[in-house]
Design a protein around this ligand. Structure first.
Ligand code: UD1
Length: 347
């Protein structure tokens, strides 16, 4: 039976994750996908560029909910998503990751008794002070299909009593990363544009509330980066949240070249040729590994524990990397095809 799938996206990493799955659903032929953009990330550099570069279909609905506190943002999304779901009557709602858009999509659908499928289920930092952790736990517990990227994620769900509808599928971000560098190499190079040579720089990104909301903590992060930059100059595409904060506090860190947020292909190329990655982003920790670039995570814990175990990542609180090896969990670049197949079987 052909399915009508309503996909909820809203923030930058969700556009990246939804792209390969959306293409895989289209390739099945007989199913219809309705894309809903909550509006959480809205400017060209945080949203439009991803739709263009990753050939994601134009959203059927844009709810334009953004720049609000957590309660107001999630609440308005919930209200608007419910109206869209009542009008579109999907058979299934597809959600990604751990943002306010994820939890709003999950709750709206669950209350209308529409089955929810969660891509990137089972990740845990075990830090309930992170908004993302609350969003993940809530989303997983109302989902009927839980697509886990790793074995650790499957184990985390089992510990919470979630075993039904759980599938370990690999990482959809790996599917995208595999194609990105080839696609990016043919274009005007971001390295030429910035006048930098391969392996002569490190890439940094900071945007998590845990780092940006506490001024004392943010100062420590900025100081750590400036120090690391003495050894390897840093290029930092700056998230709007972080830029606002730096401007408000008049912070101009030494040894860091701040640039505007990049599109997916430029970011992939910049990461691919970097000597190192310093970040608090979950996605970039894995992308560093996909491009075989060592990473330091500026957080006190990570959901992507395999990257640490395999010696490609370390927390900034740790002195040294573990011995290096490959990470089979992330799959072979076919996670999105597998998800589409499992969605069809669920019909
Ligand atoms: C959100 C997610 C986080 C995810 C991240 C990826 C939540 C709780 N957090 O954090 O899990 O890792 O996205 O980037 O959902 N802004 C702009 N232009 C934009 C987008 C945002 O100016 O295009 C501004 C917003 O107005 C806001 C700030 O940046 O003031 C932060 O945006 P917000 O949507 O709250 O979340 P992120 O920090 O991006």
């Amino acid at each position: 039976m052909p399915l009508t799938i309503l996909t909820v996206v809203g923030a930058r990493p969700q556009f990246i994750k939804a792209a390969p799955v959306s293409h895989a659903i289209a390739a099945l032929g007989d199913h219809r996908e309705i894309l809903v953009h909550t509006g959480q990330h809205f400017d060209a550099s945080m949203s439009d560029v991803f739709f263009e570069e990753l050939a994601i279909p134009k959203p059927a609905h844009n709810l334009e909910v953004n720049s609000l506190g957590h309660g107001a943002m999630t609440g308005r999304m919930l209200e608007k998503l419910e109206a869209v779901m009542l009008a579109e009557k999907p058979d299934l709602v597809l959600i990604y990751g751990d943002t306010n858009s994820t939890v709003a999509g999950a709750l709206a659908a669950a209350k209308l008794h529409i089955p929810v499928a969660h891509v990137e289920a089972g990740l845990r930092s075990f830090n309930r002070r992170m908004p993302e952790e609350i969003n993940r736990v809530m989303a997983d517990h109302v989902s009927a299909l839980l697509f886990c990227p790793t074995e650790t994620a499957v184990t985390n769900l089992a510990r919470e009593g979630l075993t039904k509808g759980v599938h370990q599928v690999g990482d959809v971000m790996y599917d995208v990363a595999l194609h990105a560098v080839r696609q990016a190499e043919g274009r005007r190079s971001i390295l030429d544009e910035l006048g930098i040579a391969p392996k002569s720089y490190a890439v940094a990104t900071i945007h998590r509330a845990e780092n940006t909301d506490d001024p004392e903590r943010f100062d420590r992060v900025a100081a750590w980066l400036s120090k690391a930059g003495e050894e390897t100059p840093i290029v930092m595409p700056v998230h709007p949240r972080t830029r606002k904060l730096m401007e408000a506090r008049g912070i101009v860190p030494a040894n860091i070249r701040m640039i505007a947020p990049l599109g997916y292909l430029d970011m992939a190329l910049l990461t691919h040729h970097a000597a190192g990655v310093f970040t608090d982003s979950g996605g970039l920790q894995k992308e560093a590994y996909f491009h075989r670039v060592p990473c330091v995570t500026l957080r006190d814990e990570t959901e992507w524990v395999e990257t640490i175990e395999a010696g490609w990542n370390r927390l900034w609180t740790e002195e040294a990397y573990k011995p290096r090896r490959d990470i089979p969990d992330y799959g072979t670049g076919e996670a999105s095809g597998l998800i589409a197949k499992l969605l069809r079987e669920a019909a």
